[in-house]
Design a protein around this ligand. Sequence first.
Ligand SMILES: Nc1ncnc2c1ncn2[C@@H]1O[C@H](COP(=O)(O)OP(=O)(O)O)[C@@H](O)[C@H]1O
Ligand SMILES: [Mg+2]
Length: 292
Amino acid sequence: MALIETQNLRYIYGKGTPFEKVALHGADISINEGEFIGVIGHTGSGKSTLVQLLNGLLKPESGKILLNGVDIWAKPKEIRKVRFAVGLVFQYPEYQLFEETVYKDIAFGPTNKGIHNKDELDAVVRRAAEFAGLKESLLEKSPFDLSGGEKRRAAIAGVIAMEPKVLILDEPTAGLDPKGRDRILNQIKKYREQTGSTVLLVSHSMEDIARVADRVLVMNHGNVEMFDTTENVFKQGEHLAEIGLKVPQVTQVFLELKKLGADVDTGVYTMEQAKAAALAYLRGAGTEGGNA
Ligand SMILES: Nc1ncnc2c1ncn2[C@@H]1O[C@H](COP(=O)(O)OP(=O)(O)O)[C@@H](O)[C@H]1O
Ligand SMILES: [Mg+2]
């Protein structure tokens, strides 16, 4: 059984107003436990709407979200439990931080979840801060005094502290410099490796997605355009271009080489694969298919 499944999931903003907007037209997706899913799509394609539906922050217009086979809206009074099980780091972390100190912010979720023992809570907060790569010295600061990257980390720590089964991050690296981006991405990778959690990462960076995702969900105008292995999605360079997306830069290089007549594998999307494919090509240059 899938861990999360959506059935004909639909969402409309401002229903019945002149601003009515169907943000999700009826999505059917299925995610297994332990998967790392990348979510891509142009701005306004419905990514944030989808992830907010998955954690019960938005209520569907119609259709269902099943968590472990159970409709999350079957008992609306218990929707809070879903928010603990499916942790969402918002696209704008400012909306997630509201306590006087970072420490209190991180402690908020686990406290609500029922952890009241001070030592236990302290251990949870410090472990979450460490997972998120947040320096201990920042815990007593006001979240408003943090840098952009530190705010993201604090928001991530606050969600991780609830020990969710599913961790969803909505563009956690947007607006950060490449170093800050790499740090957060590595932290997410490490967290996932150590906990075996299911992770959904919404990102504009094809490079980031290529590095971490097992499967990629491609949104387009409120519809699921593709949902396949990372390799199969990035093989569809032309299809992605049609909907305003790119392939990772390394993939682009291999597509160009192919155009120039080199018989290279174009299903390449990470630097490691690029190295292997380039070597295979060089070793077998001149021979058909050249798979050394
Ligand atoms: N609060 C809102 N009120 C009205 N329309 C919204 C709201 N939030 C998002 N939308 C619209 O819904 C569509 C999907 O938005 P969103 O899910 O935020 O896309 P993405 O995260 O892919 O950029 C867009 O057309 C957007 O303008
Ligand atoms: Mg968004």
